[in-house]
Design a protein around this ligand. Structure first.
Ligand code: TYC
Length: 111
């Protein structure tokens, strides 16, 4: 079994009036994953901005900033999600790029 993490800010109600008992937190925080966009020499900048807007719900300003950052640094974080959502976004982006014959690649990385 994997080790579960817990939210220390949760469960802070109901047990503090007597001052003596501090219960353990109850709620697990899911492990999070970064959707990483990789730079390449061929995918048009406009297409990367469109991908960030369509699949990662970014505004045009945010999307442009992230795209330029990836263009300059080689890679960058598009968004952070739980495993299931992250896997789905990565597949959607790679499939969309492939369908338009762009080499853009998105990968998933544990946070
Ligand atoms: N480097 C690409 C160009 O000059 C633009 C680009 C940006 C491609 C970000 C991929 O993830 C990427 N057209």
């Amino acid at each position: 079994m994997s080790k579960k993490r817990e939210d220390p800010t949760d469960n802070m109600t109901g047990n503090q009036s007597q001052g003596a008992v501090e219960t353990l937190p109850k709620v697990d925080i899911p492990k999070m994953y970064k959707c990483i966009l990789l730079n390449d020499d061929y995918t048009p900048m406009d297409f990367v901005v469109l991908v960030l807007q369509r699949f990662f719900a970014k505004s045009i300003e945010e999307a442009t900033k992230i795209m330029l950052d990836v263009h300059q640094k080689g890679a960058g974080i598009a968004a952070v999600y739980t495993l299931e959502i992250g896997e789905m976004r990565v597949m959607q982006v790679n499939q969309f790029a492939r369908s338009k014959q762009h080499p853009l690649k998105c990968t998933l990385e544990p946070e």
